[in-house]
Write a protein that binds this ligand. Structure first.
Ligand SMILES: C[S@@+](CC[C@H](N)C(=O)[O-])C[C@H]1O[C@@H](n2cnc3c(N)ncnc32)[C@H](O)[C@@H]1O
Length: 217
């Protein structure tokens, strides 16, 4: 079973099974992004719409994309809003969205499934407006190194999805290569206990505004 087929199966109970990573990421995204208001948002790997729903009052227009038709069907069954458009898309292939359209791109718990994240940053850069933001919320690489990965129960037992480990430097170098700077990063712990291995990593990158900096005189 490949990841697309796996998510089609997992869609049935993705929202209802106990999943600390899903829940903590929802909390993290809300904490990080609630200070902003957006015009046009692209959410990649929207899944069952956990974050799409929250985004509605924070944005005029949202495109929510995912490669799993069943995850999208769940999201559509929960969200009925004229400001949300759902699309099936595989983010490993060229992104078929308008260039320079979005002031925010969101990527929650998706990049662990993408081997080449530099490609994602490259595509995101072309689809963002100047000064636009890229939010990433992912399983922390330390947690991945401890053996955590996306998995779910099937009738034949636990199924583990194909996952890749991305280190801090991988994200930051991909951003640098694509003219983005980090404007915020945070590590998120179970029960806020900072003596334990962090569960999640969030980062917000900003595309170059195109305005020359005044401090290079
Ligand atoms: C762990 S779920 C996260 C869903 C949602 N963002 C959330 O935070 O609850 C990962 C999602 O990414 C999607 N996904 C994985 N690989 C993808 C790809 N190559 N292109 C598009 N979507 C992908 C899956 O179908 C799934 O819905």
């Amino acid at each position: 079973m490949n990841n697309q087929q796996a998510y089609n199966q997992w869609a049935g109970n993705y929202d209802t099974v106990i999943n600390k990573t899903r829940d903590l990421e929802g909390k993290a995204l809300r904490t990080v992004l609630s200070q902003f208001q957006f015009t046009s948002v692209l959410e990649i790997g929207c899944g069952t719409g956990k974050n799409t729903e929250w985004l509605i009052p924070h944005a005029e227009k949202i495109i929510a994309a995912d490669f799993s038709i069943e995850m999208l069907a769940k999201a559509k069954s929960k969200i009925d809003s004229l400001s949300v458009e759902f699309r099936q898309a595989d983010i490993r292939e060229a992104w078929n969205f308008r260039e320079g359209e979005f002031d925010l791109i969101i990527c929650s718990l998706v990049l662990e499934h993408i081997e080449n994240i530099e490609f994602v940053f490259r595509e995101a850069k072309t689809k963002l407006k100047a000064g636009g933001l890229l939010y990433i919320g992912e399983l922390h690489p330390f947690k991945q190194l401890m053996g955590s990965k996306a998995r779910f129960e099937t009738v034949t037992g636990t199924f583990e999805l194909e996952c890749f480990i991305h280190h801090y430097s991988d994200y930051f170098n991909a951003a640098l290569t694509n003219g983005m700077k980090c404007i915020g990063t945070e590590e998120w712990f179970d029960d806020d206990d900072r003596t334990t291995v962090p569960r999640l990593l969030t980062m917000v990158f900003q595309k170059n505004s195109g305005i020359p900096s005044s401090d290079n005189t």
